[in-house]
Design a protein around this ligand. Structure first.
Ligand code: ATP
Length: 139
């Protein structure tokens, strides 16, 4: 039985296909989902969302949201999801540098500004990690 995967953001459907397995960045760690998995609802953290199909692995960057698992399908609702080849590496590098610059002045930052900069840095690092995996790989 294949696993039907949909990844949906407020703007668009980023991914829809029958796949063999997904590995998702659950809020409490990475979760591997195969067909026939028990029903599950989990929050997602920012991280790499891996999709395996026919011996090839694709990677998307996802930034929070929820994943609903049923035995024959997985639905991901997330604020933003970017397939590796859509990531603008220069933009992510600029975002990383900006966040690091802000955090280097941590002593002068409010707690809210520091938390915002940390979250920005984390998003940039996820994008850079995922963009290194542009070409689907054999697994
Ligand atoms: P930046 O500071 O570069 O705007 P950000 O982390 O603040 O980055 P987000 O708020 O996470 O950006 O995302 C805003 C929108 O821009 C989303 O639709 C997201 O998919 C897109 N986006 C952000 N950074 C990139 C990137 N490096 N490559 C492709 N799309 C991106």
């Amino acid at each position: 039985m294949p696993l039907h995967l949909e990844v949906i953001t407020p703007e668009r459907k980023v991914y829809e296909d029958d796949v063999d397995m997904v590995i998702a960045p659950g809020s409490e760690g990475y979760l591997g989902i195969l067909p026939h998995h028990a029903p599950l609802l989990t929050a997602l953290g920012p991280g790499e969302f891996r999709v395996k199909k026919g011996g090839v692995e694709e990677v998307l960057a996802v930034f929070g949201g929820f994943m609903e698992v049923r035995p024959d399908r997985v639905v991901v609702l997330t604020e933003a999801a970017e397939p590796a080849e859509e990531i603008d590496t220069a933009r992510a590098q600029a975002a990383r540098a900006r966040a690091q610059e802000t955090l280097s002045q941590a002593a002068t930052l409010s707690a809210a500004d520091e938390a915002r900069a940390r979250a920005e840095l984390q998003r940039a690092l996820v994008r850079l990690r995922v963009s290194e995996r542009r070409r689907p790989r054999r697994t």
